[in-house]
Structures are given as structure tokens and as C-alpha cells.
Design a protein around this ligand. Structure first.
Ligand code: ZN
Length: 437
């Protein structure tokens, strides 16, 4: 490094990724489970659109499979569910993952979720990813994890993408990350990349019945918190389903690295996406909030024009408000693709989007408050208050208070509990919950 410069240069995670990517790309057999890919009948290719290296089962998969390269979600109205089969519920989607991983060749143990209020950490208020539950001590090896290898349905909260909620189908303030976490120490080795790929592939193909031709695996690099390693994202019909992260190296300020003693696997799969993909629904929100959604539609005497949503769904992936310079133009483009006047599209989409926002936010409020957070004006409590106020504002704007009243509004939380019961069991009674709201 520059010796005449005596300030220490610290590379960001993004810079570290950029630095090692060429080396990873040039030596796939060293960093990725290439042998397992080959045994599964996959071949390495380069995406003509975004230039990433990815693995495909058939040359018919021309792009890497990311919705940005595919141009649309191709699973909408085209899921894996057989015509005579009932819709997969949100809870059943977790059961399929849990069942597959707990009966794998090296079985994982299923554990209960952690509280979303991250009291064991002083750097964050809420758990935003499953691995947060095991940081820092299980990752450093100072503490033993509760099970190893493990799977868990961790409720996570993120408050940075609120504008996209209700339209993209991918964005939520609160979501369940199905995780596989494995902690490999030198004297207690469980499994690493090869088996991880095999087990995730088995879940997709054997439990969900996804044809290997439909799956693409993207080679990527992960960096964060002073650690780094290869990662592999997997996509089905334009949708990112999961990401397998292999924390393998400790990184230094100049980008150099050394092998970690404890090699950690951190797999995250968005549960909200699984039933959506399987059922081929127009959005994920209907499957995620099934009972709460039905309740709201019936109380508010609203209906969802499936024809518009089924046309909107496949291209909703292009609507990322954060990345758009011109939101108005994006709506014009969408209306043109659907073949309906822009006003008609907005008039149908907007109230239903508001409904989905209310459902998303109230569920996050349910879990955060149940786990001990309180709406306030600082820190995590500020996030809870912010989304609660946003819900109240949407209710007022649409005239929904006049119909539901506070009594009817509070019932939404009971329907959320019903939707989550198949994953978390019965919620313990929380006497002052209604008063807090
Ligand atoms: Zn691509």
C-alpha cells in the first residue's frame, strides 16, 4: 500500500467485493462447489446482460435469471402448483423447507425464532437477518449455537424500503427469513459448500417440484463485518428465492485476508416468496396475509381486480421506487405494457397497495410490540411509531376508520396471529397490546 500515506485506508465491504471478484471469477473451482454443480448436470455460463457468472441446467436459460435481466417474473399465473391442488399456505411453505432440511443426509435441527428486539446487541435495535441472532459470539466461536446445523424461521424487520411495499411483491417491513446456519470449527466440522448446495437444490427440486432447468445459481461475493467469502444466489422464473453465504475469510483494512477458524454457512430464504412462487399468485401479499387480507376485503367491501393484477404482477419487478428517477414515467410504461389507460391502472393498484401496506405494517407492529418494543420517538421505537402513524394516515385517507372503527382495526392483529400460527404456534396473551395501539 502507499507507504508515504500514513493514514490507514479502510476498504468498505463494497470495495473488498470488487477487489476479490476477479480472483473468484478466474478460479471458480477454488471458491464455488463446481464439482457438485457438474454432478447435478449444471454448466457455467456468463450472463450476456449483467456479465455475472452463473450455473444453468440448460442452454435455454440465456440470462442469469435475475428479474432485471429476465425483464419480468415469469412465474405469475404460472406457478408449480398443479391445477387440482389447493394453494400452498404461508405456513406450509415453512413446513416444506423445515421438512426437507431436517431430513437431509446431514440433518439440521429446527429451532424457534429469536425475539425481534435484539437485546443481546448494542449496535442494532431489531433483527434484520437471521444471522443477527448468532452475532457476534457464535460466529466468533466464543459461544456454542443452540443447535448445529440449524434451521429457523426468523422474523426480521427492515425500515429502509417502505415506498416499495405493496407493489413489488418482494418488499416488506417485516418478513420471515428461513435460515440455515452452520458453524464449522476445526474440531466440530458439520458441512460446507458442497452439502449446502445439495440440500438447497433438493428442497427446490424434490419438495417444491421445481425442474432443474428452471433454476439458475449465480456466483457472487459476500462481505460484511470484517468477514468475506463466496456466496451463491438462486433464482427461479425471475425471482431470487435464496442466498447461500459462506463466511470463510477474515478481511483486513487493506483488503488482504486470512482463513477463519470457524467457517459459517448463512443461508437466507424469504418465506414470503415461496408460496408466491409455488402458487403463481399475482403478488406475494395475498399468500402471506391470507386470512388478514380476506378479513379486510370483506369488511371494507373491496375487491381486487385479478385481471389487472395478473397483468401487473409479472412486470411489478421493474418498479423499484428507490432506483427510479421518474416514477410517473414508470407508471406510464406499466400501463402501456398492460394495455390499459394509466388512470385505470393506478385506480386499481393504489387502494389495494394501501391495503397491503396496512397489512405489512400491522404485522410488523404486532411482532415488535409483542416482543417488547414500544412506539416512541427514539431508535427502534421510532420505527414502530413511524409505521403505526403511516397506517393511521392510510386508514384516514381511504375512509377506512369510518368502516372499521378501532375495534375492527384491532381485529387485524388477530388475523395475523392466525396466519402465523402454523409457524410460531399460539401467541401468548399480551394484556396491554390494544392500549399501546
Ligand atoms: Zn444477469
Amino acid at each position: 500500500m502507499a507507504e508515504e500515506n500514513d493514514t490507514v485506508q479502510c476498504l468498505t465491504a463494497k470495495e473488498i467485493k470488487a477487489l476479490v471478484r476477479p480472483e473468484f471469477e478466474a478460479n471458480p473451482e477454488k471458491f464455488y462447489p463446481t464439482k457438485v454443480f457438474e454432478d447435478m448436470g449444471y454448466h457455467r455460463a456468463r450472463c450476456p446482460k449483467c456479465q455475472v457468472y452463473f450455473w444453468r441446467h440448460t442452454p435455454k436459460r440465456e440470462t442469469c435469471g435475475d428479474s432485471q435481466c429476465e425483464g419480468s417474473y415469469t412465474f405469475i399465473n404460472n406457478g408449480f402448483k398443479k391445477p387440482d391442488e389447493p394453494k400452498m399456505t404461508y405456513a406450509e411453505a415453512w413446513q416444506s423447507f423445515k421438512g426437507s432440511l431436517t431430513s437431509a443426509r446431514i440433518p439440521c435441527e429446527a429451532i424457534d425464532r429469536y425475539p425481534i428486539v435484539a437485546r443481546w446487541r448494542n449496535d442494532v435495535d431489531f433483527v434484520a437477518a437471521g444471522i443477527f441472532c448468532f452475532q457476534p459470539y457464535c460466529v466468533t466461536g466464543e459461544l456454542d449455537p443452540p443447535a448445529n446445523p440449524l434451521v429457523m424461521p426468523q422474523f426480521c424487520a427492515r425500515f429502509n424500503d417502505l415506498d416499495n411495499i405493496g407493489i413489488t411483491g418482494r418488499h416488506y417491513s417485516g418478513f420471515i427469513m428461513m435460515g440455515i446456519q452452520v458453524f464449522n470449527s476445526p474440531n466440530n466440522y458439520k458441512f460446507f459448500k458442497d452439502e449446502c448446495l445439495e440440500f438447497n437444490h433438493n428442497w427446490l427440486t424434490k419438495s417444491l417440484g421445481v425442474d432443474p432447468d428452471e433454476i439458475t445459481y449465480i456466483e457472487d461475493v459476500w462481505a460484511g463485518g470484517g468477514n468475506m467469502g463466496p456466496s451463491i444466489e438462486y433464482f427461479v422464473r425471475g425471482l431470487e428465492v435464496g442466498n447461500m453465504v459462506f463466511m470463510q475469510y477474515k478481511t483486513f483494512h487493506d483488503g488482504s485476508r486470512e482463513e477463519l477458524d470457524i467457517k459459517v454457512i448463512d443461508v437466507g430464504v424469504g418465506l414470503e416468496r415461496v408460496a408466491w412462487l409455488y402458487n403463481g399468485s399475482s403478488t406475494s401479499y395475498q399468500d402471506t396475509f391470507a386470512n388478514a387480507y380476506k378479513y379486510m376485503l370483506s369488511e371494507l367491501k373491496m375487491s381486487c381486480d385479478e385481471e389487472v393484477w395478473e397483468k401487473f404482477g409479472p412486470i411489478s419487478c421493474t418498479l423499484n421506487i428507490d432506483e427510479l428517477d421518474n416514477v410517473e414515467k414508470a407508471w406510464d410504461d406499466i400501463a402501456a405494457k398492460i394495455g390499459l389507460p394509466v388512470e385505470t391502472v393506478r385506480k386499481e393498484i393504489k387502494p389495494i397497495q394501501d391495503l397491503y401496506i396496512v397489512l405489512d405494517h400491522t404485522r410488523t407492529i404486532l411482532i415488535t410490540i409483542s416482543d417488547g418494543a414500544l412506539p416512541s420517538n427514539v431508535g427502534g421505537g421510532g420505527n414502530v411509531r413511524n409505521i403505526l402513524r403511516r397506517v393511521f394516515m392510510i386508514m384516514k385517507k381511504n375512509g377506512w376508520w369510518d368502516i372499521l372503527k378501532m375495534e375492527g382495526f384491532l381485529k387485524i392483529f388477530e388475523f395475523h396471529k392466525l396466519d402465523l400460527e402454523g409457524i410460531y404456534g399460539k401467541f401468548p396473551e399480551y394484556k396491554s397490546f390494544d392500549e399501546i395501539i
